[in-house]
Write a new protein. Structure first.
Ligand SMILES: [Mg+2]
Ligand SMILES: [Zn+2]
Length: 166
C-alpha cells in the first residue's frame, strides 16, 4: 500500500505573495516555505509518495500565462530535485471557480483514476494545505489533513513531519 502526501502548491510549498491576486508571477516571487525541502526529503526516506494538487486560476490566459507558470515550476522542481525531493504526480486545475469545472479542489474528479488505480494507505496518507477549502478536499479523498502556516512555529513543515512521521 502506498503512503501519500497530497500537497497544495501555493502557500504550502512556496509562499503566496502579499498582493491583491496572491499568485506567483515570477521567479523573484518564488520563495520556499521554511523547512519544506528538508522535511519532504525525510518523508521520501519514510516511503511517502509526494503528489501536488493545485488550483491554478486562469492558467493559459494572460492573467496566468502557461509559459510563466512552467518556467516557475521548472525552477522549483529543479531546486527540489537537487535536494533529493521528487514528486510522483502533479494534478492541476487551470480553471476559475465560476467555470464550475470538475477538476477544481475540493472536487476530487482530477484524482479519480489515480485513486482507483493505486492501492492507497489512507490511514497513513495526508493532505497538506494552507487554505481551508483544502480540508474539504482531504475529507473528499478520505485522507487526514494538516494545515501549514509558514509564519507560525507550531504549523510549519517540521511540525507536520513530526506529527505524521515522527
Ligand atoms: Mg494554497
Ligand atoms: Zn478545473
Amino acid at each position: 500500500m502506498k503512503k501519500i502526501l497530497f500537497i497544495d502548491r501555493d502557500g504550502t510549498l512556496i509562499q503566496e505573495p502579499d498582493k491583491e491576486i496572491p499568485q506567483v508571477d515570477s521567479l523573484e516571487e518564488m520563495v520556499f516555505l521554511p523547512w519544506v525541502i528538508s522535511s519532504l526529503n525525510m518523508f521520501i526516506k519514510k516511503w511517502y509518495k509526494l503528489i501536488i494538487v493545485t488550483n491554478q486560476d486562469w492558467l493559459w490566459t494572460e492573467l496566468n500565462p502557461r509559459e510563466n507558470y512552467t518556467n516557475i515550476n521548472n525552477k522549483m522542481f529543479e531546486i527540489f530535485a537537487w535536494e533529493g525531493v521528487t514528486f510522483s504526480h502533479i494534478f492541476e486545475c487551470p480553471h476559475f471557480e465560476s467555470d464550475n469545472c470538475k477538476c477544481r479542489k475540493p472536487k476530487v474528479w482530477i484524482l479519480w483514476d489515480f485513486l482507483s488505480e493505486n492501492d492507497i494507505d489512507y490511514k497513513n496518507s495526508y493532505m497538506v494545505w494552507d487554505r481551508d477549502t483544502d480540508s474539504e478536499f482531504a475529507k473528499n479523498i478520505w485522507v487526514w489533513f494538516y494545515k501549514v502556516i509558514y509564519w507560525d512555529d507550531k504549523h510549519n513543515w517540521w511540525n507536520i513531519l513530526e506529527f505524521v512521521a515522527g
